[in-house]
Design a protein around this ligand. Structure first.
Ligand code: CTP
Length: 402
């Protein structure tokens, strides 16, 4: 989802993590957002308002009783202006004030007046975060529909370790995108598979393929952004865990089958974007095979076709596959669409250097059950994911109509 032109009201409170808000602002303005900062008196002790004025190209609001500020852009104007309000970092004090409906400074007053989604990103010492009063306040915020993002676990500025770090700016932005999305997949559970599988011959050798997981990760992220509850079953990938997504990391095709089938029961939609190895060594050695002892012929067994078996028990679910083809793209993809009982299949020509494995872009054609096709221009995998997920949302909506 593009954040271009979206209006972000950023509240900054008195935590050492306030310096990270500068990076958040840079990333938001870089994505084309307009940002207005409201900083508390304690926040301004950590990072000067001038920094945020320069980074946002907007005046920084600080004082509820400033006649000058109130006459130009009042606290109510600020509240109405915002598409989303984000408090990052949010201290225990500000969290307590919001939870209690207290309005004793500009930020807490504006937050009472906003009608947009509100995100609160706590940052504090781990003992403060664990305090039952803070926990009760956060629970109350959630009950009122406020989205609480983080905190993350790790080294804290006070020298301790634990839960209390401000979430990474990238993660906060992912939550902003979700809050601003049309939420077409809210209430739906989407299962995505990604990456390659590895089929070990012995502890140091395996059969695999060049899949990186980029397409599947982009799909999981896009579905989560549209409001879905997402599980991602992935083979070995260098890509890190996705915020908000339930991650399951597996190694082999049989491991993927077990995990995917376990999650299938509860899923409303399944998108299989993984490059499952079709074969595995007939025998796997527990110890390393010495080269002098190795036979030069490898006996293989066929792996189960996960998607084909899901197709047989599909029910009302939306089922989507990918087809990696090097020739007769449409014909082969259509065969897979039918054989695996899919709603649609996303076909890509792996001989094109800008499509398929290890690229950031993809060139795809979507083939539907009813014979229709849609051909797309070269797009980033992120954009392809948005298209695919939008079509899943449309099918789910059609299926849920009486
Ligand atoms: N797939 C699967 N289990 C397998 C092989 C593939 O679930 N053992 C899924 C893939 O995730 C993809 C779809 O089936 O969504 C098509 O995969 P692809 O590799 O293009 O085709 P295959 O069915 O393996 O056929 P072939 O390799 O002969 O082209």
């Amino acid at each position: 989802m593009s954040l271009k032109g979206r209006r972000i009201l950023l509240g900054i409170t008195g935590s050492i993590a306030a310096f990270k808000a500068a990076e958040l602002v840079r990333m938001l303005t870089g994505a084309g957002c307009e940002v207005r900062v409201v900083i508390t008196a304690a926040g301004a002790r950590f990072v000067g308002p001038l920094t945020f004025a320069a980074l946002t190209n907007n005046p920084v609001s600080q004082d509820l009783f400033s006649p000058d500020q109130e006459s130009r852009f009042s606290h109510l104007d600020l509240a109405q202006w915002a598409d989303v309000a984000v408090v990052a970092p949010a201290t225990a004090n500000t969290i307590g004030k919001i939870a209690a409906g207290i309005a004793d400074d500009l930020l807490s007053t504006v937050l009472l007046a906003v009608t947009s989604p509100v995100l609160v990103c706590p940052a504090m010492n781990q003992a403060m975060f664990k305090n039952p009063m803070v926990q009760a306040n956060l629970k109350r915020l959630k009950e009122f529909g406020v989205e609480v993002v983080g905190p993350a676990r790790g080294d804290l500025a006070c020298g301790e370790e634990g839960e209390g770090r401000l979430s990474d700016p990238g993660e906060i932005i992912a939550h902003i995108e979700r809050a601003l999305s049309p939420g077409l997949l809210k209430g739906f559970r989407v299962l995505v598979s990604a990456g390659p599988t590895r089929e070990f011959l012995d502890p140091v050798r395996f059969i695999s393929n060049p899949s990186t997981g980029k397409m599947g990760f982009a799909l999981a992220r896009a579905a989560w952004t549209l409001g879905a509850e997402v599980s991602l079953v992935t083979g070995p990938s260098f890509l890190g865990d996705l915020p908000g997504v339930s991650m399951v990391r597996i190694t082999s095709a049989r491991g993927m089958k077990r995990e995917v089938e376990g999650l299938f029961e509860d899923a409303h939609a399944v998108i299989m974007a993984s490059a499952v190895s079709d074969f595995r060594p007939l025998e796997a050695n527990t110890g390393k095979v010495k080269k002098e002892d190795a036979s030069l012929t490898l006996d293989l067994a066929r792996n189960p076709d996960i998607l084909a078996s899901l197709g047989q028990k599909k029910g009302e679910r939306v089922l989507v596959g990918f087809a990696a083809e090097s020739e007769d793209l449409r014909e082969n993809a259509r065969k897979k669409l039918k054989a695996k009982n899919l709603d649609f299949i996303v076909a890509n020509d792996i001989t094109n250097p800008q499509a398929g494995f290890e690229t950031d872009t993809n060139l795809v054609t979507i083939l539907y059950r009813d014979g229709q096709t849609e051909e797309f221009p070269l797009m980033s995998k992120h954009e392809v994911a948005q298209k695919v997920v939008a079509r899943v949302a449309r099918l789910l909506e059609e299926k849920s109509k009486p």
